[in-house]
Design a binder for this molecule. Structure first.
Ligand code: PRE
Length: 364
């Protein structure tokens, strides 16, 4: 290579180093501007400011780059600065592990969820009668399971399907839970029913269809009860975390996330379990993560391997539907398991060694 070329390249290297320094200096300034804007509630993207800067730069431009090229280059810089401001903003989410490195442990009375404990939530899809709920509650108690689920308000796809028995259902759940020393989790669909929930139940469930019902999220965020939030069937992981942020940002930090399958073209399962969401959510957020093995599969025959996969992927717990006689159930008759199947499931999941406390490794 000629000496001249060598020299010129050396000069370019020096300019590159200076440019790098200047670009990062600029990036730090843009970050500071981002912080100021956040504290003042100002929109990050400012096209008027960008236009002013472009006009100034093109006026000052002595060439040899033409103005179009200068505009193009600066627009890239603005875009990168905006991305940086947004990244910083994401870091600040209350549900993010960057904000809180340690796992959130949710306390439902004396039951702990998250951290080193694995939990199971089970019960019928819909509350139908006292006998039905008591029978399931007794089976849970015998298995050492403390969390009873049951739907009293049922958001159904068809308005002609069974819609649940409402407050009476919550009362039935409470009585059965008190008799067998269990805690109750049930879905609430209307912000005005949060007061009702506080009278009867221990955990508010927000279902997949309501994951972006922002008024309901805000109302749950102002409640004293822990919240079990299910992922919307077409929601991205990011949208799911923002939904949780709605609750936590209102002051309720006791939130659990539940992956329940997303809608895809696959027809052999009711939904497609997004198993990768489990480690992703655990990585991104400090909130406990559950997997609903009933709704994600919609079938009984693969619930055990799916449960094992969920626990192996790092889930803090499982949710499943159990009914004394699924064939006569008023909802989800095809996917609930009966009590004998539940007992067999519990034996097998225990034998797998995955459903157990994961003690912290003692520090040496
Ligand atoms: O000046 C601002 O308001 C900024 O946020 C900084 C900046 C920039 O990089 O210069 C970034 C994004 C905005 O769209 C406009 C300008």
């Amino acid at each position: 290579m000629s000496r001249e070329l060598d020299q010129l390249r050396k000069q370019i290297d020096e300019v590159n180093t200076k440019l790098l320094e200047l670009l990062n200096q600029r990036a730090r300034l843009a970050q500071s501007i981002g912080e100021v804007k956040k504290s003042q509630g100002i929109h990050r993207f400012d096209p008027v400011r960008e236009r002013d800067m472009l006009d100034r730069m093109t006026k000052l431009n002595p060439g040899p780059f033409d103005n179009d090229t200068i505009r193009h280059l600066f627009k890239q810089i603005f875009k990168a600065s905006l991305d940086l401001q947004e990244k910083n903003h994401k870091k600040a989410l209350l549900v993010s592990r960057k904000q809180q490195p340690d796992d959130t442990v949710v306390h439902v009375g004396d039951v702990q969820i998250g951290g080193y404990e694995k939990n199971l939530i089970a019960g019928p899809c819909s509350v139908e009668s006292e006998e039905q709920v008591r029978e399931v509650a007794r089976a849970l108690k015998q298995q050492g399971i403390r969390l009873l689920r049951g739907g009293a308000f049922k958001p159904r796809t068809s308005p002609y399907d069974f819609q649940g028995i409402g407050e009476e259902g919550l009362r039935i759940l409470r009585e059965a839970a008190d008799e067998f020393d269990l805690k109750v989790i049930s879905e609430i669909v209307n912000p005005s029913d949060i007061d009702l929930a506080e009278r009867y139940i221990d955990v508010i469930q927000i279902g997949a269809r309501n994951m972006q019902n922002f008024e309901l999220l805000k109302a749950a965020g102002s409640s004293r009860l822990p919240v079990f939030l299910k992922r919307g069937m077409s929601a991205t992981v990011e949208e799911f975390l923002f939904a949780a942020e709605y609750i936590v940002s209102r002051g309720n930090s006791q939130v659990m996330l539940c992956e329940r399958g997303i809608r895809t073209y696959e027809k052999w399962t009711r939904n497609t379990l997004d198993i990768s969401a489990v480690p992703l959510l655990k990585q991104e957020s400090h909130l406990p993560v559950f997997v609903d093995i009933t709704h994600s599969t919609g079938r009984r025959d693969i619930q055990l391997p799916v449960a094992k996969a969920a626990l192996a992927a790092g889930a803090d717990g499982l949710m499943l539907e159990v009914h004394p006689d699924p064939s006569v159930a008023l909802s989800d008759a095809n996917q609930q398991i009966d009590i004998a199947q539940f007992e067999k499931f519990m034996d097998e999941i225990r034998q797998s060694g995955l459903f157990q406390f994961t003690e912290p490794v003692p520090e040496v």
